[in-house]
Design a binder for this molecule. Structure first.
Ligand code: UTP
Length: 301
């Protein structure tokens, strides 16, 4: 674990419509859907905390209460659990409500990721800050993804964003970057394109949901007009950060990324996290074997 001193505040945008996950997201934000038994956003906040972040601004949409309640004290529930002798579980719930200072702000309409981040401006102020997408998981117990970025940002005084290589043909699903690769592996970003048309992407390096941004991004976000899909895109403001003298670096993160906002990514994340749990591992493997036998294994039907 690498506690990090300079980046103390984070924004977690969680106000998207989650259309890829309807009907589950009709009354519950996708960030609250569980990975085994822990809401995705709790795993994201645990990553931030283990990187030394102390203050989190969650940008909520219409399901504001579900996330706020999850990180609040559940006094009656904890008391009942203690009365029933379930002390460890009660302690675990109490820990959730004290792990971080959490502020909730409302994005009144889902006008895009850039707009969601901008909603947190007055709570973050004039300092470098982290952005972690609440439906994107970076699994690395040793070195949290956001800490990897914070180190680069601190060293260079620039912005740092997470990138990962995607399989050929999938570039149009992501923001794609290109630039010069430096000797230490960082990429000095020169170009950023949001969801390029098939066949036009400048590389296969896709932006994934972790960023450490300089405060100069606020001015860019405030003047960014709606872009692709009519939304105010974070990518458009990042392009302006990349044009500044300090610039913007892409960092290929170490860790396994799961897109928990996508149905298949979500199922995979559940299996991968279940397999990491010693008390579940053997039974999950047996269950998978049984299902594969019942449905024809990888070589079969
Ligand atoms: P996504 O594009 O994955 O979220 O945005 P979405 O729009 O909810 O998803 P689909 O495509 O409809 O299924 C990335 C992140 O930005 C947040 C989302 O909650 C997600 O964490 N977001 C997006 C906002 O907070 N506000 C927005 O206006 C858009």
């Amino acid at each position: 674990m690498s506690a990090h001193a300079s980046v103390k505040k984070a924004v977690i945008p969680a106000a998207g419509l989650g259309t890829r996950f309807l009907p589950a997201t009709k009354a519950v934000p996708k960030e609250m859907l569980p990975i085994v038994d822990v809401p995705t956003i709790q795993l994201v906040i645990e990553e931030a905390v283990s990187a030394g972040i102390t203050d989190v601004v969650v940008v909520n949409g219409r399901h504001k209460h579900a996330i706020e309640d999850h990180f609040d004290h559940a006094f009656e529930l904890e008391t009942t659990l203690r009365q029933r002798g379930k002390v460890a579980l009660a302690d675990e719930l109490a820990k959730i409500s004290t792990m971080v200072r959490l502020i909730s702000v409302r994005q009144k309409a889902p006008l895009g990721l850039g707009h969601a981040v901008l909603c947190a401006r007055e709570f973050i102020g004039d300092e470098p800050f982290a952005v972690l997408l609440g439906d994107d998981l970076i699994d690395n117990d040793r070195d949290p993804g956001i800490a990897q970025l914070a180190r680069v940002a601190e060293r260079s005084g620039a912005g740092a964003i997470a990138v990962m290589e995607v399989p050929p043909g999938q570039e149009h699903l992501y923001g794609i970057v290109s630039g010069e690769r430096l000797a230490d592996g960082r990429i000095r970003i020169r170009e950023l394109v949001e969801k390029p048309a098939p066949g036009t992407a400048p590389s296969r390096l896709a932006v994934v949901g972790r960023y450490v941004l300089p405060p100069s991004v606020w001015g860019h976000l405030a003047t960014t007009a709606p872009g692709a899909g009519g939304e105010i895109q974070l990518t458009d403001a990042l392009r302006q950060v990349a044009a500044e003298p300090e610039g913007l670096f892409g960092v290929v993160l170490e860790g396994v990324r799961h897109d928990a906002g996508d149905r298949l990514g979500y199922l995979r994340a559940n299996l991968a996290y279940a397999l990491k749990r010693p008390e579940l591992r053997a039974e999950v493997l047996a269950m998978l074997r049984q299902l594969m036998d019942a449905h024809g294994d990888a070589h079969g039907a």
